[in-house]
Design a protein around this ligand. Structure first.
Ligand code: NBP
Length: 475
């Protein structure tokens, strides 16, 4: 009996996805560059379902139904190109080659074009949810041709996470759209994590103990902030180090790593002129954390307050911090979704933002109660930006006083809050009737004759700054 799908790459993600397909009753052919990993999967999990262990790429291809569906789960970059080179000569017109790795969407666009010329559908698929998600149901963001989704979609929807019975998998758009959306998902993930870190810093600066803060996060997880990342934060905070008896977090080096998707999100935002400052700050926060030379040079020198916050009403302070975290999260999501809107326009993708928010409600790392609300808001209203949603306008209005109080205290105490601060700057910029850009335009016209526009007349204007300072209409 032929297999419905092949999975290439038997490291943790590929083997878990293959097991997920098998546990849903699909026959799966598996292959890994080095056969030992395939053997290990067969030895440990071969009984779980219908696996075909292929020793060679030719064996894998021969074991698949047509049109063939082959999902690569290999290291992003050169490994993906090498795997494509291995399989393409063995494939036929109409076969579907899927890249489920964390590819850069521009690589996906390049690969899609190259394979389209050979009659092969190349489908870049964003997969989120880590190891557990891959095994029990990830959130899946497929790109590629709409035609390929007809053959592939049902299989992917089958193994995806479900939210109220709805699959967390939907066709995103052509070529690199799926990987683009996955990239933005990861950017949002960065800001969610940094925002939680900032809330923690503020609570600790106010003298709360780690177990007390863990309880606060657990409590927050029952309300508007309900999310996977808040939930696991409590668990991380509860962990006691076996060697020292201290909270584990007190012995973990404060240098955050990254693999690139957050950086790509910020880079593309710059490229497409989208204000993504909250997410970008979360990328920079990781950069500064992992700059030991800079920190060692500056930490003993720079002066400022001692990073403690004197709190009279603890409950009120905790509530203010909660509001600051929630508001910053809403801003970061609105920025990420705005990048998707602008990216879609740039690349000609028809991305349904409500559907994207829907498939992020379960399975992925940023799954959160807020996403259900966001998908409903997008479905019910024609929104350019999430912050326009009527119920969010109201709630952001209600929490902004607490958000400002939190930042006032953070700044006075010297506690760094880059995401909370950037998000508030965005909110205030967006609500400003006038931004000081008029002054920048004046300066640009002064030194470079870059011209300016007037509020009361069409056209572009220039002042003879070094002459009689008269205004002329340029066009
Ligand atoms: P890795 O990213 O560690 O990749 C290991 C796999 O790549 C192995 O199967 C390895 O084969 C294969 N490979 C390499 Br390395 N170089 C190769 C080459 N030149 N030709 C063929 N195969 C090659 O595995 P992973 O952590 O399971 O992740 C797989 C993909 O899923 C990655 O793109 C990752 O970014 C993405 N992803 C990961 C997560 C997560 O939570 N880990 C979540 C979402 C997406 P070998 O055994 O022969 O060396």
């Amino acid at each position: 009996e032929l297999a419905s799908i092949g999975v290439v790459g038997m490291a943790v993600m590929g083997s878990n996805l293959a097991r997920n397909f098998a546990s849903h009753g699909h026959r799966v052919a598996i292959f890994n560059r080095s056969y030992e990993k395939t053997e290990k999967v067969m030895a440990e999990h071969g009984e779980e379902g219908g696996f075909i262990a292929a020793r060679t790429p030719e064996e894998l291809v021969a074991s698949l139904e047509k049109p063939r569906r082959i999902m690569m789960m290999v290291k992003a970059g050169a490994a993906t190109d090498a795997t494509i080179e291995t399989f393409v000569p063995l494939l036929e017109d109409g076969d579907i080659l899927i890249d489920g790795g964390n590819a850069y969407y521009k690589d996906t666009q390049r690969r899609e074009v190259a394979l389209r010329d050979k009659g092969i559908h190349f489908v870049g698929v964003g997969v989120s949810g880590g190891e557990e998600g891959a095994l029990h149901g990830p959130s899946i963001m497929p790109g590629g041709s709409a035609h390929s989704y007809e053959f592939l979609g049902p299989l992917l929807e089958d193994i995806s996470a479900k939210f109220n019975g709805e699959p967390c998998c939907t066709y995103i758009g052509t070529d690199g759209a799926g990987h683009f959306v996955k990239m933005v998902h990861n950017g949002i993930e960065y800001s969610d994590m940094q925002g939680i870190g900032e809330a923690f810093s503020l609570l600790r600066a106010a003298g709360l103990s780690v177990p007390e803060i863990s309880d606060i996060f657990r409590e927050w997880n029952t309300g508007e902030l309900d999310s996977y990342l808040i939930e696991i934060t409590s668990e991380v905070l509860d962990q006691v180090d076996a060697k020292t008896g201290k909270p584990l977090i007190d012995v973990v080096v404060d240098a955050a790593g990254q693999k690139g998707t957050g950086t790509w999100t910020a880079q593309i935002a710059l490229e497409l002129s989208v204000d993504l400052n909250a997410i970008a700050e979360s990328v920079f926060a990781r950069s500064v954390s992992s700059s030991p030379d800079l920190r060692a040079a500056l930490q003993p020198l720079l002066q400022g307050p001692d990073q403690t916050i004197a709190v009279e009403d603890r409950a009120a302070f905790v509530e203010d911090v909660r509001q600051a975290l929630w508001a910053s999260k809403v801003v970061a999501y609105s920025q990420g979704l705005d990048l998707i809107r602008v990216g879609a326009k740039e690349y000609g993708w028809e991305i349904d933002v409500a559907a994207v928010a829907k498939i992020w409600r379960a399975g992925c790392i940023i799954r959160a109660k807020l996403l259900d609300r966001i998908s409903n808001e997008y479905a019910a209203n024609s929104l350019t930006n999430l912050l326009e949603a009527p119920s969010l306008v109201e709630d952001m209005g209600n929490v902004q006083a607490g958000w400002r109080r939190t930042l006032g205290q953070a700044i006075a105490a010297g506690v760094p809050t880059p995401v909370f601060s950037a998000a508030l700057a965005y909110y205030d910029s967006a609500r400003s009737p006038r931004l000081p850009a008029f002054l920048i335009q004046g300066q640009r016209d002064f030194f470079g004759a870059h011209t300016y526009r007037r509020v009361d007349e069409e056209g572009t204007f220039h002042i003879e700054w070094s002459g009689d300072r008269s205004e002329s209409k340029v066009d």
